[in-house]
Each structure stands twice: as structure tokens, then as C-alpha cells.
Design a protein around this ligand. Structure first.
Ligand code: ADP
Ligand code: MG
Length: 273
């Protein structure tokens, strides 16, 4: 297992031999990797390869069939309800549908987790909201409603909300999907800055190869529930593996089949109700 250089406390997240099946179909097949403190770590792969399922294991929504997810050395797959609740408060999340509440202002959306999980005075909450908005470059927009903002700005507000409670780790699921290339660049830069400037560990699930190469310190490529490549963006770009090359070059022809179904076609037809 790779050690995190210069960090005696070891990796923030360490996944060991993680496996999960749904309905007898293996979706995660012996996953191993570790994430260093304060780094940007990307989980890449085509759609359906198991990225979101892996992320759900990291945030404790799903328990594996076997294997471990160590966060700061503690195996979260063994956590009881109370421990899990404590764990969930310790990280931020930015999901594909970064559901902001439209009935609330930008300010109140970001204040929500602070009001829910702390006893801080409203004045302090106001200061924190301003600081978080400054970090995502939207300090002048606190009184608007999310629907009055562009898609990219909404993502930034959702990011400000994700870091409201000063999490050690932020998990992202496809943070740039549906955004234009310029806004994708802005969100990528923000993710990168949160790690390099304030030491947040970022775990980014994405199929956006270009943006992952720009922002990541290290990355893995998943294919059919297995890690087929691991390393720095340079390592992955220089990979000689035809599966990895097809994925990063986005070519339709290559070893990755067009048909994704793992079930036998005839078996599937005969199984129809
Ligand atoms: N709760 C579930 N029950 C059954 N199958 C699931 C469930 N969640 C995910 N899957 C299947 O696992 C595979 C991987 O899904 P997912 O992790 O969402 O992929 P990705 O995020 O890489 O697109 C898909 O084939 C999906 O249909
Ligand atoms: Mg997904």
C-alpha cells in the first residue's frame, strides 16, 4: 500500500479489498487505494463502472460484502448508527444534483448545515457564510435565490454549503457534468484551491478525463468494478494499457465493448415477464 509522503499519520482514506454485488452481479471487485491528506484524488471510469457505488461506500451509505474503508484509521464499514452519524457530519458532499433549496436565499442555503449542526450565534453564522462565499468567489450574491443564478454559480453555492462546517474531506460526484468548458475549469480550479490553500482532502468521482487530469494529484481508473490503473495524471496519461488508453482518448473502438450488459442476451430475453 502506498504511504503518504510527509504525513506520519498516514492516508486519510484507505480502501482495502472492497467488494460489493447487487443481485448476484459483482459491481465492485476487490478495490484497493489510498488517499493522502490535503490531496485531490479522482475516481475515473466510464458510466456504469461502479464509481458512484464506490463513493457511497466511502460516505457510509452502503456497506460492502467484504473489505474495509478506513478513514483516519477507523473502519467505517463497522460503524454503528451513532458513530456513522458523527462520521457523516465530518465531511462535505457535492452531488451531481447539488440540490439547493429554492425557497431559501443563497445565504440561508449555506447557513442551513450551520443552524442544524451547531449552536453558533446568528451573527457568527453570517460571518461564516460570507467567508465561504468568498472562497467560491460569490460574496455579492448572498441575497439571491438559487434559481436566479447560472448552473455554474449554483454549483459554487453548493460547494460553499459543502464546506460550511469546515470538513476535512469533501466528496464530489460528477461535479462538472452538464457544465460548459469554462465553468468546468472554474469548478476544477476551486476544488484544487480548496486542497492546496486550506488543506481539504478532495475525492472526485468523474468521467471528465480532461478536468481530472488538470486538478488531481493522484487518480484511479475503474473498469467493471476493478482498478485498472492508479497513479499521477502523468502516469495515467503514459499508460500503455489499451483499456486505459481507450478511456482517456474517448475512442469508440477498442477493447471496451459498446454493449454494457453483463447478462447473456438470450438469458435476458427469456427472463422477461
Ligand atoms: N442499488 C443498486 N441495486 C442494483 N444495482 C445497482 C445499484 N446501484 C448501482 N447498481 C448497478 O451497479 C453498476 C454501477 O453503477 P454506478 O456505481 O452508479 O456506476 P457509475 O457511477 O460508474 O456510472 C451499474 O450497473 C448499476 O446499475
Ligand atoms: Mg455515477
Amino acid at each position: 500500500m502506498r504511504r503518504c509522503i510527509g504525513d506520519p499519520s498516514g492516508p486519510v482514506i484507505e480502501v482495502r479489498d472492497l467488494a460489493k454485488s447487487f443481485d448476484g452481479r459483482l459491481v465492485l471487485d476487490g478495490i484497493n487505494f489510498s488517499v493522502c491528506r490535503g490531496s485531490v484524488f479522482s475516481i475515473m471510469g466510464g458510466s456504469g463502472c461502479g464509481k458512484t457505488t464506490l463513493l457511497r461506500h466511502l460516505i457510509g451509505i452502503i456497506r460492502p460484502d467484504s473489505g474495509q474503508v478506513l478513514v483516519n484509521g477507523a473502519d467505517i464499514t463497522k460503524f454503528g448508527e451513532a458513530e456513522m452519524e458523527g462520521y457523516r457530519k465530518s465531511f462535505g458532499m457535492l452531488f451531481q444534483m447539488g440540490a439547493l433549496m429554492n425557497s431559501l436565499s443563497v445565504r440561508d442555503n449555506i447557513a442551513l448545515p450551520l443552524r442544524e449542526h451547531t449552536q453558533l450565534d446568528e451573527k457568527i453564522i453570517g460571518v461564516i457564510v460570507k467567508m465561504k462565499l468568498e472562497l467560491v468567489g460569490l460574496r455579492d450574491f448572498e441575497h439571491l435565490r438559487p434559481s436566479q443564478l447560472s448552473g455554474g454559480m449554483q454549483k459554487r453555492v453548493a460547494l460553499a454549503r459543502a464546506i460550511a462546517l469546515d470538513p476535512e474531506i469533501v466528496f464530489y460526484d460528477e461535479p462538472t457534468s452538464g457544465l460548459d468548458p469554462v465553468v468546468t475549469g472554474v469548478i476544477g480550479q476551486l476544488i484544487h484551491d480548496l486542497s492546496s490553500r486550506i488543506g481539504i482532502t478532495s475525492v472526485v468521482v468523474t468521467h471528465d478525463v480532461k478536468s481530472a487530469f488538470q486538478i488531481s494529484d493522484r487518480m484511479i481508473v475503474l473498469y467493471r468494478g476493478k482498478v485498472i490503473a492508479e497513479g499521477t495524471p502523468g502516469d495515467i496519461q503514459n499508460s500503455g494499457d489499451p483499456l486505459v488508453r481507450q478511456f482517456i482518448e474517448g475512442r469508440p473502438d477498442g477493447p471496451i465493448p459498446l454493449r454494457q450488459s453483463s447478462r447473456d442476451y438470450l438469458e435476458d430475453l427469456l427472463d422477461m415477464e
